[in-house]
Design a protein around this ligand. Structure first.
Ligand SMILES: [Cu+2]
Length: 699
C-alpha cells in the first residue's frame, strides 16, 4: 500500500483526489515507483510504519512545519511562537518525540526550546515529512514517543548521463500577519553526480486576531545551503551544508524573545553495496547553534534588562550493515551523539552581572542496535532492540561580581556537588501487521526510553527554562533523575477500498519515572531554602524541581474518508488523548483536547475546492501541578482551492478562519508581553481571518 496515499489521506484534503480519484498525475507518479504507487493498494510493507506528509498537498501556510505535522491523527501543535512550535504526538512533546531534519539529530540551541528541531525546517524548503506511526524504529536512535523526520528539498540524481538542470521554487503570502516566504532549490545533475543550492527568506509581522494584534509575534528567517552527491557502481557519497539565520522573532509565552539563532548544519553520507545482499551505510554530522534572546528588543522593556546567550553543538555518527536473505532483512548498527551546551544570562546594562545556568555541559551517548524486518507466515514484522550508554558532565558555574548572594550560594553548592552522571538504557520494539486485502490489522508493543536532558539534570539556578513548557513556573534541575521508561501498546486497523478508507488506532502508553516538575520541598510556599529564596526573588515563591513520577497516556485517533458522489468526497481526522499521573490524582500538562477535522472536496480536472470544518472540544482535564488553565471549545471554517496552472506550476489559495472567530488553542501559551492587545496572562488567541496565496514552480 502506498504510504503516500495514507499520508495524503491522513492530513491532506487536496491530496485525497490523488488517492481516491486516480488523477492522471497520480497515475504517472505511481507508475515508476511501487513505493509511491498511489493507485494500487499493495506494495512495500515497510511503509505501513511510516506516514509521508507532503506540504504541497496541505493547505498550511504558517511558517512553522510543526503546524503541518499537527494535522495528522494523534498529533497537535504546541504553539510557543511563530517559529517555536513543537509537535505533540499522542500526548507527548518536547524531546520525548524524536524529531530530525534530513535524518540528522541535534540539540536545540535555546534552554526554552525557542528553536525546537522543526525550527530548522522552513516550510518553503520542506519536501516531505516522515511520521513514524506509533513508535520509531530502533535503527533511528533512541526516541520515546514517535519519530518525525523533515526531509528538505534536494536535487536528486537525473535519469540520464547528460547534465540536466532542475529547479523547485515556491512563494507564498499570508494576510493575517502580512507574511511572505520565498525559496527553493536549483541545481544540475546527471545519473552519477548531482549538485544543488538552496535559499529561503521568510518574514512576517505581528498577527491579527478579532480584537487587535498580538504583540511580539513577528518573525524573520534566512536559510542558505548547498548539497552534492556522487555515485559509482556500488557506492554513493553525499554532502550537505546549511546555514540558518533566524532574526528577531517573538515568543509571547516566554519572558524573552529571539534576537537570533545562527545554525550551521553539516552532514556527510556514504553507502556501499558490499554484495547484492550486503549494504553498508554511514553518516557523520555536526550542528552548531548560537543564540541570543532578550526581554527588551521586541517587547516593552521591564525594570531588569536581561540578555541570554546560549550555544549548542552536536556531533553525530552512525554506521549500519544490512543483510538481506530469504528470511528478511537484518540490520546491525551503532551510533553516537556528542553534545555540548552553554547558557549565559547577562544584564546588558551591567558587565559584571552574568551567570552560566548551564556551563560547558558535555553529554555523550553511544548506542548499538539490531533490527529485523521480515515475515512470520502471514504476519509481517519489524523487531528491534537497542542499548545506549549515556553520560552528562557539567562544569562549575561562572558568575560575575554583581551576582547577588542567593545565586552565589547555589553556585558554590553546585560546584561542590557531583556533576558527572552516567547510566545505560535499553529499548525494544515489535511492530506487527498482516495484509488481508482491504483490511490490515496492526499491533505495536514497545519499551522506549528517554534520558533526562542536561537542563532537567544540571540546571542549578532556578529559572523558567523548561524546554518550552511555558507554564510560568520556575524550575530547578535534579542530579538524581532516573531514565524515563515508556511502555507502548497500540492496536489498529487500516481499511482501504476503492471508495472508502479509515485508519483507527487505540493506544496506551505507560510511563515509569516520567520527568515532571514537583514542589521543591515538603513545605511549598514557605521560603525556607536558598532555591525558594532565589525563585521568590524572581517572582515565583513556589518553584518546582524535576522529579521522576509515574504517568499514563491513552486515546484513540483515526483518519478516514469516502467518495460521496461524482467528484465529491469527504475526508477527516479525529483525535482523542488523555494524560494522567499515576502516583497522584492529576492530569498531565498541555494535552490536546478532543478534536475533529472534516473536509468536503470537489475535484475537477486539474483543480479542486475544499470546504473544511474543525471542531475542538473544551479541555477541562488540566494539570494542577503546572497551574494549567482550562480552555473552551470552538468551531472553525476554512476554504481552500488548488489549480494546476500548467505542467510544473501549481497555484493554491484559501481563507482560514472564514468567519473571523475568536478562539484560544488549548496548547497555546499565555501572553507575557506588555502593551499587546492580548491581556497579560491570557492564553494567546488564534489567528483571525486570513487569506493566502501560494505558488510552486518545478522544473
Ligand atoms: Cu531563547
Amino acid at each position: 500500500m502506498s504510504y503516500r496515499i495514507s499520508v495524503a489521506r491522513a492530513a491532506s484534503l487536496a491530496a485525497l483526489s490523488v488517492a481516491l480519484l486516480a488523477s492522471p498525475a497520480a497515475a504517472e507518479e505511481g507508475a515508476g515507483d511501487p513505493l509511491t504507487d498511489i493507485i494500487v493498494v499493495t506494495g512495500t510493507p515497510e511503509r505501513v510504519t511510516v506516514d509521508d506528509i507532503d506540504p504541497q498537498e496541505q493547505p498550511i501556510v504558517a511558517p512553522d512545519a510543526a503546524g503541518l505535522v499537527a494535522r495528522s491523527p494523534g498529533a497537535a501543535l504546541i504553539d510557543n511562537g511563530a517559529l517555536s512550535g513543537q509537535v505533540q504526538y499522542r500526548g507527548s512533546f518536547g524531546d520525548r518525540v524524536l524529531v530530525r531534519v534530513n535524518g540528522q539529530r541535534f540539540g536545540s540551541g535555546g534552554p526554552n526550546w525557542m528553536d525546537p528541531p522543526l525550527h530548522y525546517a522552513p516550510m518553503v524548503l520542506v519536501d516531505h515529512i516522515e511520521l513514524d506511526r506509533g513508535v520509531s524504529p530502533v535503527s533511528k536512535g533512541p526516541g520515546e514517543a514517535g519519530g518525525i523526520n523533515a526531509v528538505l528539498k534536494q536535487v536528486g540524481f537525473a535519469s540520464s548521463a547528460t547534465a540536466t538542470p532542475t529547479a523547485d521554487m515556491g512563494a507564498l503570502y499570508r494576510s493575517v500577519d502580512d507574511s511572505y516566504a520565498m525559496g527553493g532549490i536549483a541545481g544540475i545533475a546527471s545519473d552519477t553526480w548531482r549538485f544543488g543550492a538552496m535559499a529561503a527568506w521568510e518574514e512576517g509581522n505581528d498577527y491579527r486576531f478579532p480584537g487587535g494584534r498580538a504583540g511580539s509575534t513577528s518573525f524573520e528567517r534566512l536559510t542558505l545551503g548547498a548539497h552534492a552527491g556522487f555515485r559509482t557502481g556500488p557506492g554513493e557519497l553525499s554532502v550537505e551544508y546549511r546555514r540558518q539565520e533566524t532574526g528577531p522573532t517573538g515568543n509571547p509565552p516566554f519572558a524573552m524573545d529571539i534576537i537570533y539563532f545562527n545554525g550551521d548544519f553539516l552532514r556527510l553520507g556514504a553507502k556501499l553495496d558490499l554484495s547484492d545482499r550486503l549494504t553498508l551505510e554511514s553518516h557523520l554530522g555536526h550542528v552548531a547553534i548560537r543564540h541570543l534572546m532578550d526581554n527588551n528588543t521586541l517587547r516593552p522593556a521591564p525594570a531588569n534588562l536581561r540578555a541570554t546567550f546560549a550555544e549548542a553543538d552536536t556531533t553525530t555518527a552512525d554506521i549500519a550493515l544490512s543483510l538481506e536473505s530469504g528470511m528478511g532483512t537484518l540490520t546491525l548498527g551503532g551510533d553516537l551523539e556528542l553534545g555540548s551546551k552553554q547558557v549565559r544570562i547577562t544584564d546588558p546594562t551591567n558587565a559584571s552581572f552574568f551567570l552560566t545556568s548551564l556551563n560547558r555541559v558535555a553529554s555523550d551517548r553511544y548506542g548499538a542496535f539490531l533490527q529485523w524486518r521480515g515475515a512470520l507466515g502471514p504476519v509481517e514484522a519489524e523487531l528491534g532492540a537497542r542499548v545506549d550508554q549515556h553520560g552528562i558532565r557539567a562544569a562549575a558555574p561562572e558568575l560575575g561580581s554583581a551576582v547577588p548572594m542567593g545565586p552565589r550560594m547555589l553556585a558554590t553548592a553546585f560546584a561542590a556537588s557531583d556533576r558527572d552522571w552516567s547510566d545505560s538504557s535499553y529499548d525494544l520494539t515489535a511492530r506487527l501487521w498482516a495484509d488481508l486485502g482491504a483490511v490490515r490489522p496492526r499491533l505495536t508493543i514497545a519499551r522506549k526510553t528517554r534520558a533526562p536532558s542536561p537542563l532537567e539534570r544540571f540546571s542549578w539556578l532556578p529559572t523558567e527554562a523548561s524546554a518550552g513548557l511555558a507554564d510560568g513556573n520556575i524550575y530547578v534541575g535534579n542530579p538524581n533523575l532516573k531514565i524515563e521508561k515508556m511502555w507502548v501498546f497500540e492496536a489498529g486497523v487500516d481499511v482501504e477500498t476503492d471508495s472508502f478508507y479509515a485508519r483507527p488506532t487505540v493506544f496506551y502508553r505507560r510511563v515509569d519515572d516520567f520527568v515532571q516538575g514537583v514542589p521543591f520541598d515538603s513545605t511549598p510556599g514557605v521560603v525556607n531554602t536558598t532555591v525558594e529564596m532565589v525563585a521568590a526573588m524572581n517572582g515565583d515563591p513556589t518553584p518546582l524541581i524535576w522529579a521522576n513520577v509515574d504517568a499514563e497516556l491513552y486515546g484513540v485517533d483515526m483518519d478516514f474518508g469516502a467518495k460521496l458522489m461524482g467528484p465529491l468526497r469527504m475526508d477527516g481526522v479525529a483525535s482523542y488523548t488523555r494524560g494522567k499521573r499515576r502516583d497522584i490524582a492529576d492530569n498531565l500538562y498541555r494535552i490536546a483536547p478532543p478534536n475533529i477535522r472534516l473536509g468536503l472536496t470537489y475535484e475537477g480536472q486539474g483543480w479542486s475546492v475544499t470546504a473544511e470544518g474543525q471542531g475542538v472540544a473544551k479541555q477541562g482535564k488540566v494539570s494542577a501541578s503546572n497551574g494549567e488553565a482550562p480552555s473552551g471549545g470552538y468551531v472553525l471554517a476554512n476554504l481552500y482551492a488548488g489549480l494546476d496552472v500548467m505542467d510544473g506550476v501549481r497555484l493554491d489559495a484559501g481563507v482560514e478562519n472564514l468567519f473571523d472567530k475568536y478562539y484560544e488553542e488549548h496548547l497555546a501559551g499565555y501572553n507575557r508581553v506588555m502593551g499587546s492587545d492580548v491581556p497579560l496572562g491570557s492564553r494567546m488567541p488564534g489567528t483571525g481571518r486570513s487569506g493566502f496565496v501560494r505558488v510552486r514552480v518545478k522544473y
